[in-house]
Design a protein around this ligand. Structure first.
Ligand code: SF4
Length: 286
């Protein structure tokens, strides 16, 4: 069957991830004699992590008591406690928290300081949410994390007792998660302030992919299964057309039948997917 293959414009690295990867590489090349560590995986992509390792940029999962060299905070951000620990260990800190994530942290702090009951929409174990939560909790104990109305119902009494409720959203969440939460909070709170902090890069990627899905027999989403924004993207598209989520071109072998029977195929990719991985997928489909 003849194939019409389209690649989304907003596929692959967002500016926050691009900035983090490029800056980490630059730090090492400008400081060849210094240790360069990244706390947690810089991005959810094994190939990129391996490439960084080869350049001498090591991933660490915990801050040691004593450190020597540079320690990078990745685009997800960190809690003030961890930032402090990095400095106390003796590292030179390079904070590559994405400016969009910083904005969410600042907004959550503002709301907490202003005596709002703060609701952070997202998954409590997501590293970005951990950082936002910890920043807000420095100012108030009235801060909760929820990714569904069900979870929020546990706090209904506390929310009703509070004068003002403020909402921030983890940057890669979906509107369809935020909307029912806002609707529920509207029904139980006296005053509600919602800061839609879903990042523009995510919003544009999702809306472009939705349009492409409407005219495609098959959508291929390329990116790590550990990446929240890539997984969300695939979930959204599954509601519109046949969608497969693969990490790289080798996984295409599992989908030969569906690819073979699709005439219009569109490809998009998550924020942590490198360009060369996307290119290999296109090449293999062709
Ligand atoms: S997805 Fe958005 S918030 Fe997250 S790193 Fe990229 S630009 Fe920043």
């Amino acid at each position: 069957m003849p194939k019409n293959i389209k690649l989304a414009k907003f596929a692959g690295f967002c500016y926050g991830v691009k900035r983090a990867v490029e800056t980490a590489k630059k730090l090492k090349s400008e400081n060849p004699d210094k240790n360069v560590f990244v706390l947690g995986e810089l991005i959810h992509n094994t190939d990129v992590i391996n490439e960084l390792e080869q350049l001498g940029i090591k991933t660490i999962n915990e801050v040691p008591d004593k450190g020597d060299g540079i320690c990078v905070v990745r685009s997800h951000g960190e809690s003030p406690e961890i930032i402090d620990k990095i400095r106390r260990a003796g590292f030179e800190l390079v904070d590559l928290t994405c400016p969009d994530v910083k904005k969410v942290q600042q907004k959550a702090i503002e709301l907490a300081k202003d005596d709002y009951f703060v609701v952070i929409v997202g998954k409590s174990e997501h590293p970005e949410v951990v950082g936002i939560n910890a920043n807000a909790r420095l100012w108030s104990n009235n801060v909760v994390v929820a990714s569904s109305v069900e979870q929020l119902k546990d706090y209904e009494k506390a929310i009703k007792a509070h004068k003002k409720v403020g909402v921030v959203v983890q940057t890669t969440q979906m509107l369809r998660t935020l909307n029912p939460i806002v609707e529920y909070l509207t029904s139980i709170s006296k005053e509600l302030h919602v800061a839609n902090t879903i990042c523009q890069s995510t919003a544009m990627r999702q809306s472009e992919a939705k349009e492409l899905a409407k005219e495609s027999d098959l959508m291929i989403v390329v990116g790590s299964k550990k990446s929240a924004n890539t997984t969300h993207l695939a979930e959204i598209l599954k509601n519109i057309t046949k969608t497969i989520h693969i990490e790289n071109d080798t996984e295409l072998d599992n989908y030969k039948d569906v690819i073979g029977s699709s005439a219009n195929i569109s490809i998009t990719a998550g924020a942590s997917t490198p360009q060369n991985v996307i290119e290999k997928v296109i090449e293999k489909i062709k």
